[in-house]
Design a protein around this ligand. Sequence first.
Ligand SMILES: Cc1ncc(COP(=O)(O)O)c(C=O)c1O
Length: 437
Amino acid sequence: MKFSKFGQKFTQTTGISQLMDDMGNALKSDAPINMLGGGNPARIDAVNQVFLQTLKTLTEGDFASPALDSVANYSNPQGDAGLIKALVEFFNRHYDWQLTPQHIALTNGSQNAFFYLFNLFGGEFVEELESGESTHNKAILLPLAPEYIGYSDVHIEGKHFIASKPYIEETTHDGKEGFFKYRVDFDALENLPELKQGKIGAICCSRPTNPTGNVLTDTEMMRLADIAQQYDIPLIIDNAYGAPFPNIIYPQVQLHWDDNTILCFSLSKVGLPGVRTGIVVAHPQVIEAISAMNAIVNLAPTRFGATIATPLLQDDTLKHLSDTVIQPFYANKAKYAIEQLQAELGDTPMRIHKPEGAIFLWLWFKDLPISTTELYQRLKAENTLVVPSEYFFPGLDISDYPHAHQCIRMSIASDDDTLQKGISVIGKIVRELYTNG
Ligand SMILES: Cc1ncc(COP(=O)(O)O)c(C=O)c1O
């Protein structure tokens, strides 16, 4: 069967699709696997208890129940009006953003939102000139690589990302050596020719960042917002792990929104990835565009997650759960995994990115004699799955950038036993490599 160019682009095998297959197969197999590879959030009993209770309450009233109402009717393309109202009230209660319902659209997961946004602001643009039409491409600027793997392939035509290499700063964590933190290279960014030539359509960053757990500082965010204003392009902030939900973020930083910012939230990392609910807060013009795209691609976004989340936002239960259960849960996981890693490899050149949020640790095996893509294979042979770093640099040519081949992302969402076993395998293999080459 022959597929169109679009079809070929979206069905081709990519490195990451192979990795995803590995993970899917691992989950299906009977052999015990130390799964440190995926992006699934942890199952947290205290959180699931609240979801179960909410579901029970929502089904009360049988034919007139909110649960049935939500699954038996489409919403409009902008998304479930009840959740949008609850979100407007929630954000205005906790932040001084003065939102209206025209500032919010829902999508089927935030991945769906990024597909829309990167194709709205990146790709081919047509300009009407007196001399006729002129076309040119605009890219999405990722100010700090490594960045989220899920951005890589979403452009309908080509790949339109430009990324900047980070500064790497050695640092301490909890008074201990052996950590580093990425910082935005603003010199490179502010002098980027593509910005000056009008070839950037938007700036985007995840904060906290998947894969590294880095949190861009308030100063870095302000500078990015200034650059975006200066070039009249939006700043897209992927807040999948940030405040106020799931709030897996440790530094005390500000969450800023203004008309030039597109803030993306998700219900996934609070523990509801299956309901596929993403939330976009943006200027009404962007919201109208997203609603129009929703109408074409989905008719309307799914309503079930909206129905669960609405009462939990109305009485701040979701925020409370995020602050008192979800955040401490992952903080403890990070602490546990770091202790294990330092016990295994603390005396080697391994460095850990300072854990500032999200559900991963990012490990840098300085001067490892093999690439982490090869390391991935060796770990896989020992039933341990991680994700090698080379996939996390969309927009950068990493052929002569050794650092991009020396890191791995490991999830900390697994149970302690799996974490301990997986880290012990990583410890054994990496130590052998450092010792024997
Ligand atoms: C940084 C980041 N952004 C967006 C997403 C997409 O999440 P979802 O589509 O489940 O909302 C993920 C999922 O892992 C993520 O890590």
